[in-house]
Design a protein around this ligand. Structure first.
Ligand SMILES: Cc1cc2nc3c(=O)[nH]c(=O)nc-3n(C[C@H](O)[C@H](O)[C@H](O)COP(=O)(O)OP(=O)(O)OC[C@H]3O[C@@H](n4cnc5c(N)ncnc54)[C@H](O)[C@@H]3O)c2cc1C
Ligand code: FES
Length: 283
């Protein structure tokens, strides 16, 4: 195992690692988690400054298809004396994600990161609780942020929506954090098999109408994030969204991930984001 400094454009703070698969856990299809171990390089923990909402680019194997690495939020991170373990929470939708779900412990994979700009506090911590709103696999971007809020003594409710019950794959982990913060887990499925029957933004809107939240943090399908942004604007609650724009390189070289902003300019999702303020994106 070795860690090499990335040879691409001069973007500070990330490196191209060779990580080793420690575990692959299969949740109800199509969800899985992969735990990757990254050794310290010269005694330095390369993910020490990784912030909630940042991401990595990885691939099960170099080849022609898929050719490019795929982007994944750093779902969880653990450090011991000599290594860092990065957990990725994935959903199989094509060859890249299928390859990761099929990985076996011991396999070495390329891991570029940590990349991008993560979540920052949108409102004063003491005023009102926050709402974290995840659509299915979007929950992958929110676990570390939920833990950070908890550690800072800030209460939050976790809104978890999906089409079916399987889309709320890791709800126990979010429920535990929300409860420890003094909040709760609120679920919704379009199929009606778990929680509110309908969209997760419906119970969110009821709570916003009662003035419950001071900040909104979201990740999920674009339609969900656009609705959260509209609700934030309507009820004058600030917030942030972690965008999942398709990416080529992940560090600002290919210009393939431009996101239109309200000021008429474009920002790169990989370098300036993936986390943006709800009211600065053109939804
Ligand atoms: C910053 C960031 C963080 C992400 N975090 C996670 C995560 O934690 N877990 C996870 O499972 N996924 C995450 N994604 C999405 C993940 O990168 C894509 O699902 C993955 O690239 C798909 O690769 P694939 O080869 O399996 O599918 P492909 O064959 O590349 O794509 C299958 C289909 O999905 C579409 N597609 C591919 N990528 C995206 C995308 N980003 N948004 C919408 N449609 C897409 C393609 O156009 C195609 O139609 C993240 C994306 C970004 C940009
Ligand atoms: S993914 Fe290449 S510039 Fe953003």
């Amino acid at each position: 195992m070795e860690t090499a400094t990335h040879q691409g454009p001069p973007t500070a703070g990330f490196a191209d690692h060779r990580a080793v698969v420690v575990a692959v856990d299969h949740h109800p299809w199509p969800y899985f988690t992969v735990t990757l171990e990254v050794p310290f390089a010269n005694g330095e923990q390369k993910f020490a400054n990784c912030t909630p909402g940042q991401f990595v680019m990885t691939l099960a194997e170099f080849g022609l298809e898929p050719y490019l690495r795929r982007a994944f939020s750093v779902f969880d991170i653990r450090t011991d004396a000599n290594t860092t373990q990065i957990e990725i929470f994935g959903k199989v939708i094509g060859l890249g994600t299928e390859g990761l779900a099929r990985l076996e412990p011991g396999k070495e994979v390329p891991l570029l990161g940590p990349l991008g700009q993560g979540f920052t506090r949108s409102a004063s911590p003491t005023v009102k609780p926050s709402a974290l709103i995840a659509g299915g696999i979007g929950s992958a971007a929110l676990l570390l942020w939920a833990r950070a809020l908890l550690e800072q003594g800030e209460a939050f409710d976790f809104y978890y929506g999906g089409y079916a019950a399987c889309d709320l794959a890791l709800s126990e982990r979010f429920e535990e954090l929300a409860r420890a913060s003094g909040g709760e887990l609120i679920c919704a499925t379009e199929s009606g098999h778990r929680g509110h029957h309908g969209y997760i933004t419906e119970p969110l809107e009821q709570a916003l109408a009662q003035g419950r939240y001071g900040a909104l943090y979201t990740c999920g399908p674009e339609g969900l994030m656009a609705k959260v942004a509209a609700l934030g604007s309507q009820y004058q609650v600030p917030g942030q969204a972690a965008l999942e724009t398709e990416m080529g390189c992940g560090y600002g070289a290919c210009l393939g991930c431009a996101v239109a902003h309200q000021d008429g300019r474009f920002r790169l999702c990989c370098k300036d984001g993936p986390v943006f303020a709800l009211d600065e994106v053109v939804w």
